[in-house]
Design a protein around this ligand. Sequence first.
Ligand code: BZD
Length: 794
Amino acid sequence: MNAMNDLSAEALRIRITQHLTYTLGKDKPHASLYDWRMAVSYSVRDLIIEPWFAATRKTYEAQGKRVYYLSLEFLIGRILGDAMMNLGLFETVQDVLEGEGVSLADVIEDEPDAALGNGGLGRLAACFLESMSTLACPAYGYGIRYEHGLFRQLFESGRQVEHPEDWLNQPHPWEFERPEARYTISFKGHLDGQSVWQPSETVYARAYDMPVVGWQGKWANTLRLWGAHPTELFDLEQFNSGDHTAAAAPEALARTLSRVLYPEDTTDSGKELRLKQEYFLTSAALQDILRRFLSEYDDFAQLPDKVAIQMNDTHPALAGPELIRLLMDEHGLDWNAAKRIALGCLNYTNHTLLPEALETWSTWLMGRVLPRHMQIIEQIDQEHRAATKCAADLAIVKHDQVHMGTLAFVMASHVNGVSALHTDLMKETVFSGLHGLYPARVLNQTNGVTPRRWLRLSNPALSKVLTDTIGAGWESDLARLSELNTFEDDRAVRDAIGAAKRHNKLALSNWASDRLGITLNPDAVFDVQIKRMHEYKRQLLNVFETIHRWSAIRSNPEAGWTPRVKIFGGKAAPGYFAAKEIIRLINDVANVVNNDPVVGDLLKVVYPANYNVSMAERLIPATDLSEQISTAGKEASGTGNMKFTMNGALTIGTLDGANVEIREQVGAENFFLFGMTAAEVRDRYLIEGHARTAILDSPTLQDVLQMIVEGRFSPEDTDRYNGLVDATWNHDPFLVASDFDSYLAVQAEVDLAFADEDHWNRLALRNIAGSGYFSSDRTIKGYMADIWDTRSLL
Ligand code: BZD
């Protein structure tokens, strides 16, 4: 299949032993699990070096255009298993370790998740990197090497508590530190004369590179993460005078820049440190891009032919002004040339239309932290307003705020949404004015996910069924999954799909019993909602349904219920009170339901703490029902929804984000649709008292809310959820009440469908067969053709 497969187990055993001995300094009998993991990681990493170098050489030779993906977040997860699989080394490593009496599964589990992201946006960036390598699209990911990734979530008495995450506590075997790749990043100070920036603070950005290998090891790109280091180590004079703390201040100040990932995923937190992080990444990346360009070419007019820069949301939107600044102030271009070139290189992806997530910075802060950039932004704005004669509302700077979405839009060649519906809504709502001014700019690229990690690696049981049925090669040509449709009437194939699912459900049950001490009934519908905790995602709707189900089972336990296991996973931003209330309610409900002898096996509620990429890999293959129940118009795309579909789960969902396209691809009859459409949602908001009306129309929902206010789930504190219930009656900003009855009715259809096992397996088959469109390979091909104008070098 590929060169790596030729590596014999014996040759690999020698490599691993050598690393154990010479890199880790350990004798086999004393090697810990950690030592083994490091030795295996180094040995696997060694095998990526060759394709990595070859890719760089080829790109130089071809004078190829490079893609630069700028993102404040890369939610990578574990690396070892993914690298082994892409290199075709899984079985070989397994054989070697078995011979040494070491479990490969334990070695893989020992690796901490690289959680340098919050949710979908960060995970999308990681899937894109893998697809760009698979497709031999020359590319760099640029991000920040946070010392502490997303916090570790614990539950204390049902409440979320955040603990610092510490993935870099141990050496990181996948990175190469590049002390020579270092740039000065400046802040604050003043402008001399017209526009000569005299900064008063500087830090160094130092590069740390990780190779990202594609399917079958044919190509590897680089993820370059920047760490902040002081330009001045410490103040020797102060140190000598005995003030050791003050002496270390410059170092401490610099380090804070790359210390932590901001855990907010939907609010514009407006902190100075965040602005500095955004600029730190952007400036380091652009300086690096220009240095690389100048090592090959000397005319900046060529930059747009050689460089495509993708801004992952507005977080790196300073790329516009920064590129102009570098071209003018450092390289002597004039304004018009600099601006034209910058515009030719830059593109912007929007990931949300929620007003609270649209980034703005006060002109005061921007002017203080980045005075030269504030000046450039004003100039861009002036020209934008003059050229378009637009309404004041469409300015970049208004009411003393810099609107980063507008800045990104104005400075981009292409602006894309992440699903068909989201792109339409961009054009109709938040960006309608700008779309009118720049009508050719907005286009759609529906998200995708990498089938290597999300199917082949995480679901070996189903992968085998697929290969046995349609033959090898679907991993890099996922559209081929549609060939499964011809086997729909083949009972053996349906059974095999069902058996793979059952195998995964049993594995999950074992994990739940070890880790959570709870026994799950493998005959139940495994009903899963895993994603960030947010009101618009409506975990509350799911809990309300759970409460109703519990109460209905209690009143008639013999009614022939289809058993359910409700699984939740997700973190709330630490300051997001309403989301944290919902977490607590889920845990309180779980406590009551799981200890109720009347319901027994008919209903269980499970909420394992600290949901992350690795937990997703465990849960998704074992899922029967995927909950994608956001208020229509609010979820830009979703990507978990795609992973579930690929793994043969059926979706219960609204017509939101990419659900719309999933339903089209798998067929409406294989999708459990409920709820209002985006247009109906818009109308519903206009009705005063919409929630109260909906609740008064729904005796079931009244009962649910009544049980909560009575303290049935918080007997020791009966007032605990008064606020939540009151808000549901009187505000209900995401229309939980208005969609409740529709959701309930469709959940009943799920129960019926699941009761016929063979029928369900048929539906699952159709979902898998329809999921080929959601490979991130398809998405990246779209970006390459429509946005980057770049080609594969294989
Ligand atoms: O981006 C998510 C959207 O909510 C999903 O619908 C979509 O599928 C994915 C990928 O396109 N958005 C985010 O994840 N946003 C953030 O994480 C974020 C982070 C920091 C600040 C603001 C938003």
